[in-house]
Design a binder for this molecule. Structure first.
Ligand SMILES: [Zn+2]
Length: 654
């Protein structure tokens, strides 16, 4: 620890120009001034110790890179200490009647280009003070708490911070705005060279803060879409918890949600699908994440529920729900066993194994719950969760309790299994018979699961194809195997276990084509580099350079020219022509990538390193396919290897 030197300097600024919304505000007041020209942050924290527990105002988190200019109590200097690991500690508890406690501090922030990913920055391109970072004197154990933020941004930049914007003023190049949050946590600020435009939805003001070029082209689309999402989730779950919602542009390639605003990368905003996918996801975080807060100690439940109620529902409404679920299960099938994690172990991260555990497993959990309790009861549970836990940190127990309370069923075993358990069930139907029964028909057989030691408790959809269409028969399976007997009035022709991928499960071999993602999900993947190929050529895909190998013993990415790769595969008796496998017709001469069926081999071949790099870059967003082939006219052709499927034809009893 070192003793802080108390300095006397001028008051930061007087908030005289801002019409304060509620003069009797009780809670923390933060004044934040950001100057993009000098990259300076100046801050002032103030609170009346009479309003809070004075003992909670003794120790604060504050980034060691931020200098404290003064700590005063009722205008009198207070002695304080800074520790090297980021604590600011006062010499004594502030007395409740001693007058306001004020902390003045400041720092020079890095420019956006110099900042580490996720850390704060400030410069002509914009400013960012991240949530959960110690850019203000923070009491992590006391959050959430009421806070008023008086934000001042210089150099013509506008700004946004956590909470509802209750007042603002622009004077020349200076922007001042006041934000209030009744229960703020992990506060964040963003500023930038933006234009602002607004639209109302009910009582809520929706604003875009985009650079002029982006505002002209995309501002209106983003405001209108955000307004639709706010209305939708308002109707589904309960009232949006703040008075304003802002969509701001970021020089970094992000999509982040904060209390009252979302940050989207300047290069993300022009992508045509974002207003119809990611934007809705970020808006829904106003309910799950920054509405009901996440108590991370037991895992992060918010991404799965948000993915389910936003991204997935949008797909479902476009008739693409089944395809999305199939993609999640194929990704899971491509995951090496060592990377398989329980949903409850997810804290954060949105790629690779973390994405599967947090987003896909989570969304499938809610999908399965809805199959069990129905859409209306599911939404009743969601409303109860929001109503009871808004602006409070909820752990898994709280989430489960909200849904459990709205049903007569005991949902706890269901949640316990799907939250706490890694792995997935693997199912099989054997000894199938079809027989006439009275006016109708009966199908009998045995339903089995692989996990003999600890069988899953399952609610399994068995799908019958009959002369008059498809029928779903739900069967409970809580043991390793059981006999099934399905009655139907129409002559049944074939049967399959969950052909529409409504359960989180291991796909059967006949419904699970090899996909390119295998190469990305296995941290042990190695490159087999033929000719003059180099492992670094796959960095545009994987974001790293894997080690090398010359065998085919594990997950391997085989790199080289078309001809040398073909020879390598032929020597191992493996198929070597992806156009034949894909039934793809004419192929251009360019680079190609494909997953060799029934192996853990990925091929990336091309005339030279540049061509292979280009294919690797294209894989970043196309790894969920089996192949990426150059079309005759230059555009990529993608697809999955055809699979026999899992329908079993039914024969009459002898
Ligand atoms: Zn999210």
């Amino acid at each position: 620890m070192r003793l802080g030197v108390l300095l006397c300097s001028a008051v930061l600024w007087v908030a005289g120009g801002v019409a304060l919304a509620s003069e009797t505000f009780e809670g923390i007041t933060l004044e934040v001034e950001l100057d993009p020209g000098t990259s300076r942050l100046e801050g002032r924290f103030e609170v009346d110790p009479g309003q809070l527990d004075p003992a909670s105002l003794r120790r604060f988190r504050l980034d060691p890179g931020i200098a404290v200019d003064a700590v005063t109590l009722g205008g009198q200097a207070v002695e304080f200490y800074r520790s090297g690991d980021g604590w600011l500690e006062l010499a004594r508890d502030p007395a409740a009647d001693a007058g306001p406690l004020a902390i003045r501090y400041g720092a020079r922030l890095p420019l956006p280009a110099e900042a580490r990913p996720g850390s704060g920055y400030l410069g002509p391109d914009g400013g960012y003070l991240p949530p959960g970072a110690d850019w203000y004197p923070r009491r992590p154990d006391a959050e959430p708490h009421a806070v008023r933020i008086e934000l001042k941004s210089l150099g013509g930049h506008l700004g946004v911070t956590s909470g509802s914007r209750v007042a603002e003023e622009r004077r020349g190049d200076e922007y001042q705005a006041t934000f209030e949050h009744p229960a703020g946590r992990a506060l964040a600020v963003a500023t930038g060279p933006w234009e602002s435009a607004e639209q109302r939805v009910g009582e809520v003001e929706v604003r875009t803060l985009f650079p002029a070029g982006l505002e002209q082209r995309f501002g209106e689309t983003y405001r209108e879409q955000a307004a639709k999402y706010l209305q939708r989730f308002n109707d589904e779950i309960g009232p949006y918890p703040l008075a304003t919602f802002t969509i701001a542009a970021s020089p970094q390639p992000v999509g982040l949600a904060f209390s009252g605003f979302t940050l989207l990368g300047e290069r993300v905003i022009p992508l045509p699908f974002i207003p119809y996918t990611s934007l809705g996801h970020e808006v829904l975080h106003a309910w799950w994440g920054t509405g009901v807060y996440v108590d991370y100690s037991g895992g992060n439940w918010s991404e799965g529920l948000t993915t389910y109620m936003a991204d997935y529902q949008f797909k479902r409404e476009r008739g693409e729900g089944r395809e999305e679920r199939g993609q999640w299960l194929r990704d899971y099938a491509a995951l090496p066993a060592g990377e398989d994690r329980a949903h409850g172990s997810f804290r954060g991260g949105n790629s690779g194994a973390a994405r599967i555990a947090g987003y896909h497993r989570g969304a499938m959990l809610w999908r399965m719950l809805e199959d069990r309790i129905g859409r209306e009861v599911f939404l009743t549970g969601a409303r109860a969760l929001y109503d009871e836990w808004r602006f409070v940190e909820a752990d898994w127990d709280a989430v489960i309790g909200a849904f459990d309370d709205v049903t007569d069923e005991d949902l706890r075993p269901f949640f316990a299994q799907w939250v706490e358990r890694a792995g997935a069930p693997e199912l099989e139907l054997t000894e199938l018979h079809r027989g006439a029964r009275g006016d109708g028909w009966r199908v009998q057989g045995r339903l089995q699961q692989r996990d003999e030691q600890a069988p899953w408790e399952l609610y399994v959809p068995l799908e019958l194809e009959t002369e008059n269409g498809r029928e779903t028969h739900w069967v409970e399976l809580n043991e390793v195997e059981k006999g099934i007997s399905l009655e139907t009035s129409s002559r049944p022709l074939a049967i399959a276990i969950d052909p529409d991928w409504r359960m989180f499960r291991h796909l059967a071999a006949d419904e699970s084509p090899a996909i390119l993602r295998q190469g990305a999900l296995d941290p042990e993947a190695r490159v087999v580099a033929l000719d003059d190929a180099e492992a670094s050529e796959v960095a545009p895909w994987l974001g790293r350079v894997p080690g090398s190998a010359d065998d085919a013993e594990g997950t391997r990415i085989v790199l080289g020219s078309h001809s040398s790769v073909a020879v390598w595969l032929e020597r191992r008796d493996l198929p070597n022509d992806p156009a034949v496998l894909a039934n793809a017709g004419e192929m251009g001469p360019g680079a190609r990538a494909w997953a060799v069926p029934d192996t853990r081999l990925i091929v990336v071949s091309g005339a030279d390193a540049d061509a292979r790099r280009e294919a690797a870059a294209a894989l970043r967003h196309r790894s969920h396919y089996s192949y990426l082939l150059p079309g005759a006219k230059g555009a990529w052709q993608t697809g999955l290897w055809a699979q026999p499927g899992i329908w079993q034809e039914l024969a009459d009893d002898e």
